[in-house]
Design a protein around this ligand. Structure first.
Ligand code: ADP
Ligand code: MG
Length: 318
């Protein structure tokens, strides 16, 4: 087993920085770590890839045979057997939905599809949009029911569930679990900018993550976040957008308006213990906006960084 030390000269093992990566969740996963020479990279890569693949197979709306899509295509009211991880993420999503008063809403699947995000055609579907516009979707008790002991779920309304605002973060937590189980104590794992880190580097410094300026098309750095025993995720109206009739549409939906979010925030970054929470809260606080978002973050003691569209920055570190 490798040993980390704040003083490399005193360490009996030479720690080497290693990097692994692979495809997953419409992007790539990565793992950076320091370890001695005895790491079986092929096995570790296989286990990390397996963890990401499993999350994708359970929670993707892009794979027609995912467990989530099985739930989405089952008749309303019919119980469907769901794996433990999916039940866990669905429960967390409903809870964050409740705490954010409906800003985080996994019932936005129809909206996402109607506006042409989330697979299939990228041309907004006029009829679908008209039918959904102005409808507040937030009715969690009426959306989904979970049976934890029976490991089942059932939809209570004809509404497509979408976990894309939380599943990637959970995927990062699964990467973290594999690293811990492999006995690693100094690592940084991530999927597409959502990251989680543990331990310090051998020189005693923390892992750092660059915080991009939320400007479309630019990749400038706003600052650097230090991460140890924590996760970070960012949601922004500046990425993953689509142009329709000269307007840029966000892939984050405003559940209260039934339309793509038009926000006074350019981006929200959340630091949390798990990447699942960071991911979902970044989306939720973005939807809440520049006034409500920071107030809610303070009330719930969430560490978040809000970048407004006018460039002003507000932080609620806890
Ligand atoms: P990214 O994929 O850039 O990390 P997010 O974590 O913000 O983005 O997730 C955005 C995805 O979440 C959308 O593509 C959509 O599938 C889903 N989504 C959109 N609006 C909401 C919402 N209000 N609540 C929950 N999920 C949402
Ligand atoms: Mg998110």
């Amino acid at each position: 087993m490798s040993k980390t030390s704040t003083d490399p000269a005193r360490s009996s093992v030479v720690l080497r920085r290693q990097a692994l990566s692979g495809p997953g969740m419409g992007s790539r996963w990565s793992a950076l770590f320091y370890a001695g020479g005895n790491v079986d990279e092929a096995t570790l890569t296989r286990r990390l890839q397996g963890a990401v693949d499993r999350v994708e197979q359970q929670m993707s709306t892009w794979l027609p045979d995912s467990d989530l899509e099985r739930l989405n295509s089952a008749p309303v009211g019919a119980w469907v057997k769901v794996p433990r991880d999916l039940t866990h993420v669905l429960a967390a999503a409903l809870e964050i939905g409740r705490l954010s008063a409906g800003a985080f809403d996994i019932g936005v699947g129809d909206l996402v599809k109607a506006w042409g995000f989330g697979g299939g055609s990228r041309v907004p579907d006029g009829e679908g949009i008209a039918a959904l516009a102005g409808r507040s979707l937030f009715e969690p008790p009426k959306t989904l029911q979970l049976d934890h002991t029976g490991q089942r779920a059932r939809r209570l309304a004809p509404r497509r569930l979408d976990l894309s605002g939380i599943a990637k973060g959970y995927g990062v937590d699964e990467l973290a679990r594999v690293m811990t189980e492999a006995g690693m104590s100094s690592w940084l794992v991530g999927i597409d900018g959502e990251m989680r880190a543990e331990g310090m580097k051998p020189d005693g410094s923390p892992w750092t993550v660059a915080h991009e300026k939320p400007v479309p098309g630019e990749r400038e750095i706003l600052g650097v976040l230090e991460l140890s025993g924590a996760a970070v995720a960012t949601s922004g109206s500046y990425r993953h957008r689509m142009e329709v009739g000269g307007r840029m549409l966000s892939h984050t939906m405003d559940p209260f308006r039934g339309a793509p979010l038009e926000s006074d925030l350019a981006a929200v970054t959340v630091l949390a213990e798990t990447c699942m929470a960071a991911d979902a809260w970044a989306t939720a606080l973005l939807v809440r906006g520049a006034k409500d978002g920071p107030a809610l973050a303070r009330r719930l003691r969430l560490s978040a960084l809000f970048v407004r569209t006018d460039g002003e920055v507000e932080a609620t570190w806890h």
